[in-house]
Write a protein that binds this ligand. Structure first.
Ligand code: GTP
Ligand code: MG
Length: 233
């Protein structure tokens, strides 16, 4: 019952509050040098990532048995590189410490889940969040409310329980869920935006946004077809 109370507290506070609570942070041993502390910290995130990927795999295979199709088209996971962690911390003006990293950077472990239909996106999210070793920290629904540039996705930051030899830790993982069409747009847009020396003019941005809306329209039509054809029980 104590556990339940803690879990309830966790899901009702923001991650920043949670992360300040030392009980929830991996215990980095003081006697390790910074390099070792860092790789130890990354190991915790890798473990959290593996845990989430295993859960997704199980959900997908179970669904396949019941419904003869996969609600998940693909899953990709990654641990943020040391370089991009450092860049992000500089951008946020954080001190270069491991505890600042662990309390402020929530996407060190990241999973991207691509689903055929929008209904799959929400169903997979719901199935994950109903598991009692996962608690929701934040959810941003860029499907219901797309970003100004047209970007669509469902973003979750969760804490997943991982059991180590001596203790259990709650590891933050960012999960991005989107449809195939949303992913098509986001990957392409990312390539255009991140290419060095490329400046997107207002017109180009409008055109990109227009593409995002075409994708959304296709998603909507596909969803209607799915609703008619793929009645699940
Ligand atoms: P970050 O500092 O990038 O983590 O942004 P944030 O803290 O405001 O989080 P948000 O949930 O808005 O976005 C996090 C991640 O979503 C990014 O790192 C990208 O992977 C993805 N993302 C967000 N916006 C866009 C976008 O406009 N285009 C693409 N391609 N990806 C995006
Ligand atoms: Mg991010």
């Amino acid at each position: 019952t104590v556990d339940v109370t803690v879990r309830k507290e966790v899901s009702e506070t923001t991650y920043t509050e949670v992360a300040r609570d030392d009980r929830l942070l991996p215990q980095i041993y003081d006697y390790l040098d910074t390099e070792k502390q860092f790789s130890r910290a990354l190991f915790f995130y890798e473990a959290g990532l593996q845990q989430i990927m295993a859960k997704l795999e199980i959900l997908n295979r179970e669904f396949q048995y019941g419904n003869d199709r996969n609600p998940i088209e693909s899953v990709k996971g990654r641990v943020k590189s040391e370089q991009s962690i450092v860049e992000k911390m500089k951008k946020k003006g954080l001190p270069m410490t491991i505890s600042a990293m662990m309390s402020n950077i929530y996407d060190i472990a990241g999973v991207r889940v691509i689903c055929p239909f929008i209904s799959d996106v929400y169903q997979v999210a719901r199935m994950l969040l109903s598991q009692k070793d996962i608690s929701l920290v934040t959810m941003k629904d860029y499907i219901k409310q797309p970003k100004e540039n047209g970007y669509r996705s469902l973003h979750l930051i969760v804490l997943v329980d991982v059991f180590f030899s001596e203790q259990m830790q709650k590891i933050p993982v960012e999960i991005q869920l989107r449809s195939i069409a949303m992913n098509c747009w986001a990957s392409t847009e990312h390539q255009l935006r991140y290419k060095k020396d490329h400046v997107l003019t207002d017109d180009m941005q409008k055109e990109l946004k227009c593409c995002a809306e075409l994708m959304a329209e296709a998603d909507q039509i596909m969803q209607e077809l799915a609703t008619d054809l793929l009645k699940e029980d």
